[in-house]
Design a binder for this molecule. Structure first.
Ligand code: UD1
Length: 349
């Protein structure tokens, strides 16, 4: 019987699962990986498995390109079948995507304990699909691995105090490993024709920015203004590409590139002078590389990056006074997660 059934489906989940999968294996736990199929092509999925040494998924559900309801519903149905067949001792979910919430629901209904990595994050904006996914996933989980103190406090405010572990951020673990690998291996600066510390990196993909064409135009105008100061490179997510094509828009002066693999993205951010993004993960990665970030949203879950002056919302004119953040752990979050899961499995034998 499999001890841990890991559910992933979208790019940020591959990045978070990489160090945890490694740690589970080194702790002697057996793991099977289910890929829901939410992100499906080579550039958004395969390259991450290859570059980050993630074991190949044992199940690929191929659910994608549907409305939120249909996507989550189909995943739920398929995950229920997989879980009935595998009977895992625990289901491991990551982050806040439709794959996260489908995994949590399928497991909870089969009385399989759920462990949630990156638990307790809140934007307090229920119009974001991710916020709904986080709240539901956290309330269905029995092990909640929090990346920050704020996340622990958010859970406490919702009455969740048992099974909560402040382990730090697994993305910090991934960033440390990936930066070392990217050094000397990534030729992305040469390929784009950039010199280190001369440019900004941008990404946009959140529904809140891409659902409303007016807002999307304002975000692009923000990037165009930045590109008048220094080169801006934007790695374009498929959803954003579709929207730009359908509206016939392209930000003037901004260099557009296809979605990048993790090592190239890591190297591009490492050598940037600024990041501009609506991605949750990239806001923190910018800090891990000590690159200031402008978040293209009206709120963020990673409030400590704002308080420490490394991040500002695009609605704010300036950064707070800059200092280090002591919340994200020491790069051993994945090992702590594996040890906690192993101890729990030992006790329930
Ligand atoms: C999802 C997550 C978000 C996460 C983001 C990372 C939800 C609700 N949102 O949003 O939390 O930050 O992933 O990227 O789960 N597509 C391709 N090729 C691919 C992958 C996607 O063409 O390999 C297209 C899809 O067909 C779709 C769009 O891109 O049109 C992606 O939409 P969706 O699956 O909703 O995810 P994201 O916007 O990426």
């Amino acid at each position: 019987m499999i001890q841990v059934l890991t559910i992933v489906g979208a790019r940020p989940q591959f990045i978070k699962a990489a160090p945890v999968s490694q740690a589970l294996r080194s702790t002697g736990l057996t793991e099977a990986i289910v890929h829901t199929g939410q992100h499906f092509d080579a550039g958004m999925s395969d390259v991450f498995f290859a570059e980050l040494d993630i074991p190949a998924p044992t199940h690929n559900l191929e659910v994608n390109s549907l409305s939120h309801g249909a996507m989550t519903g189909r995943m739920l149905e398929r995950l229920d079948e997989v879980m009935r067949a595998e009977r895992p001792s625990m289901v491991l979910i990551y982050g806040d995507t439709n794959s996260t919430v489908a995994g949590a629901l399928a497991a909870a209904k089969l009385h399989i304990p759920v462990a949630h990595v990156e638990a307790g994050l809140r934007s307090f904006n229920r119009r974001m699909p991710e916020e709904i996914n986080r709240v539901v996933a956290d309330h269905l989980s029995s092990l909640l691995f929090c990346p920050t103190k704020t996340a622990v406090e958010n859970l406490a405010r919702e009455g969740i105090t048992s099974g909560v572990h402040a382990v730090g951020d697994v993305m910090y673990d991934t960033t440390i490993q990936a930066t070392e690998r990217a050094r000397g291996r990534s030729a992305i600066l040469e390929q784009i024709g950039l010199s280190a510390k001369s440019y900004a990196v941008a990404t946009i993909h959140r529904a809140e920015n891409t659902d409303d064409p007016e807002r999307f135009r304002r975000v692009l105008a923000f990037l165009e203004a930045a590109a008048r100061e220094r080169p801006v490179v934007m790695a374009v997510h498929p959803r954003t590409r579709k929207l730009m094509d359908s509206l016939g828009l392209s930000p003037k002066g901004v260099t557009l590139v296809a979605p990048l693999g993790y090592l190239d993205m890591t190297w591009l951010v490492h050598n940037a002078v600024e990041v501009m993004t609506d991605s949750g993960g990239l806001q923190k990665e910018a800090y891990f590389h000590r690159v200031p970030c402008v978040t293209l949203r009206d709120e963020t879950e990673w409030v400590e990056t704002i308080h420490a002056g490394w991040n500002r919302l695009w609605t704010q004119s300036d950064y707070a006074l800059r200092r280090d953040i002591d919340e994200y752990g020491s790069g051993r979050a994945a090992m702590d997660i594996a040890a906690t899961i192993a101890a729990l499995q030992e006790r329930s034998r």
